[in-house]
Design a protein around this ligand. Sequence first.
Ligand SMILES: *Cc1c(COP(=O)(O)O)cnc(C)c1O
Length: 346
Amino acid sequence: MFFASDNTSGLPGPIMDALIRANDGFASGYGTDAYMDGLRTKIRRLFDAPEAEMMLVTTGTAANALALATLCPPWGAVYCHPLAHIEVDECGAPEFFTNGAKLVHVPGTDGKIDPDALDAQLAQSGRGVVHHVQPACLSLTNLTECGTRYSVAELTTLCTIAHRHGLPVHLDGARFANALAAEGCTPAEMSWRAGVDVLVLGGTKNGLMGVEAVVFFNPDRFWEAQLRRKRAGHLWSKHRYLSAQMLAWFEGGLWLELATQANAHAARLAEGLAGKLMFPRGGNMLFATLPRTTHDALQAQGAQYYLWPDHQQMNFADTVCMRLVTSWASSDAEIDSFLNIVTAKR
Ligand SMILES: *Cc1c(COP(=O)(O)O)cnc(C)c1O
């Protein structure tokens, strides 16, 4: 019962096969390999964005931090939700790579930024006042950190507000594929057509071994981004192992197939946990409130998941909130085992 994260699974067969094929012979380094050329073309076609540029890195933290550094000067403000991964889970990497930009919280329920709150905050941002950080970009996450999903309309509303105030938009898409599969729209609709300027397209949580693409729909800042990546030590010399994986991921729509499987597993889990969920399910991540006795029984049976927030491990409240993430590799059997324990304790 492995529900700690969608990064705990192995690699799907076609990705491992692609790695083995890419292992054969020689390929030039630093992203000048033929797989990378194929991948660039593929992404431009998939996103209906012939001008787009993109680069690969191996962690979402590097992808986010380098993207934000490219969009935001040291005296800038990055507007984000208080639960955003860039705020909570990146150990200050965005602040570090931007040389000290400030992350400014914009509230909203279910992990989503409230458009009116964003508009109001940007209207009083202190632009032009030397004492204040200067508004520089909006950062969104889809799926959100609460496992909910921004619809295309919601994304468009937020991006439009940001653009009206002169801010570009960064989208943390660690679970972009899951959001896309659930929303049933095109990649373009969930990104640049909605107003996203830079997309972090996550592969690691959906079947790849450490591959994240940073896609610049406007290529103007791309050279700077490449220099920042190299300077940060994130330009891989043996780069073909990244590009070959992601190319295989897009082959025949595998990426969406994997995401659809992960989402379907979460739907099965959500059905069994009806009435216990804290947020509406957007894709493959759920948060459930359950009695501590159920948690103890699940732990005794070896179920893996995080309590959210994790300090609940140390307190003695009667109920706990657990984060449950399914992946393409989850099985109906492990979900049913989990639900059987929950039902038995009810
Ligand atoms: C997992 C995740 C990332 C990437 O994290 P890394 O551990 O640095 O690869 C980024 N954003 C969100 C929302 C995530 O869930």
